[in-house]
Write a protein that binds this ligand. Structure first.
Ligand code: GLN
Length: 318
């Protein structure tokens, strides 16, 4: 220990170690990561810097800011809300209490949507003036799915051939989604619509980029699917997130069933809906599809942990 460094506790690594113990105690399942991210936020550096500069002293103002962040995190506030940002599909998205924090499991839906759109763009020759592939993200929240899909297609030089409508019932969430679209430079390929599921879509000129009609080729939706019963016992984290984005009714599928009912008038023949589901809803979603869109092919894909996560339902061509 060098003279003047005290007992090492006021160094970056020292404060992170103390904080991660406190956060573990408070019930965080990612205590060290939380502490490192919050330290980075206090110092204005990234997590790599926090790890690389463990032996550096933390200036008093940053230490005070860090302490404030740790107290908030101890109370259960998501790290994403404290930092105001969350990494999703390689993008730094703005995140705050206006919408659910984007989850890593939702990245699978983005990948699937991008693959689906790319298939549509490459499966047959497209004439120069062809209508764009029309995509809708129902219940967009932070805009994570919509913004990540357009961003990924832009990297592949395919974004000019798509149009994505982002819908949310919450005006607050929609404002956040717009901020994210603008921040990532993809708002030119998007429209924003406030409404319940598909309600009001296409009634005005707002959503469809002059393409006419209110039907879509690809529907993406990470709707609320947590059961009302589970909401009460949710981890402290979720207490900070909008319950509107989580509560899916008694079996969690209330909102998704309402969406399924609207698909026949909202999906073009051959169109596909990709729906995020809970890890225990693999069988119930297939039953719901059989009941609400009978005869439509439906399947469920597992996530990296092998749990059901993504339902795919397709409107037959005829
Ligand atoms: N995956 C989220 C959670 O379990 C739920 C998201 C949702 O309801 N769409 O916290």
């Amino acid at each position: 220990m060098t003279p003047g460094s005290g007992d090492g506790r006021s160094t970056v690594a020292g404060l992170v170690a103390i904080a991660s113990g406190r956060l573990l105690e408070a019930g965080s399942t990612s205590a060290r990561l939380d502490a490192e991210l919050l330290m980075g936020h206090a110092l204005g550096i990234d997590r790599t810097g926090v790890i690389a500069h463990g032996a550096s002293p933390v200036p008093a103002p940053a230490a005070a800011a860090f302490e404030g962040f740790v107290v908030r995190r101890e109370a259960g506030e998501p790290v994403a809300y404290i930092r105001g940002t969350r990494e999703f599909h390689g993008l730094a998205l703005a995140a705050d209490a206006r919408a659910l924090v984007p989850r890593p499991e939702t990245e699978q839906l983005v990948d699937e949507a991008v693959a689906e759109i790319a298939r549509r763009l490459t499966s047959s020759p497209r004439s120069p003036g062809a209508a764009p592939v029309r995509v809708v993200d129902v219940g967009t929240g932070t805009g994570a799915i919509a913004v990540a899909v357009v961003s990924a297609l832009r990297r592949r030089r395919m974004d000019q051939a798509v149009h994505v409508t982002a819908v949310d019932i919450s005006a607050d969430a929609l404002a956040l989604a717009m901020e994210n679209a603008v921040a990532h430079g993809v708002a030119d390929r998007m429209a924003f619509h406030r409404g319940d599921l598909f309600d009001g879509l296409g009634d005005g000129a707002e959503a469809l980029d002059g393409a006419g009609g209110a039907r879509f080729d690809v529907v993406c939706a990470n709707l609320p699917y947590v059961t009302t019963g589970a909401i009460a016992g949710l981890a402290k984290d979720l207490a900070f997130e909008p319950v509107l984005a989580l509560d899916g009714g008694p079996d969690g599928l209330d909102v998704i069933r309402r969406l399924l009912d609207q698909l026949p008038s909202r999906l073009v023949p051959g169109g596909v809906a990709l729906l995020e589901i809970g890890h225990d809803q693999g069988e119930s979603i297939l039953a719901a599809c059989a009941q609400h869109v009978p005869g439509w092919p439906a399947s469920v894909a597992a996530d990296l942990a092998g749990l059901p996560r993504l339902a795919r339902v397709e409107r037959p061509v005829s």
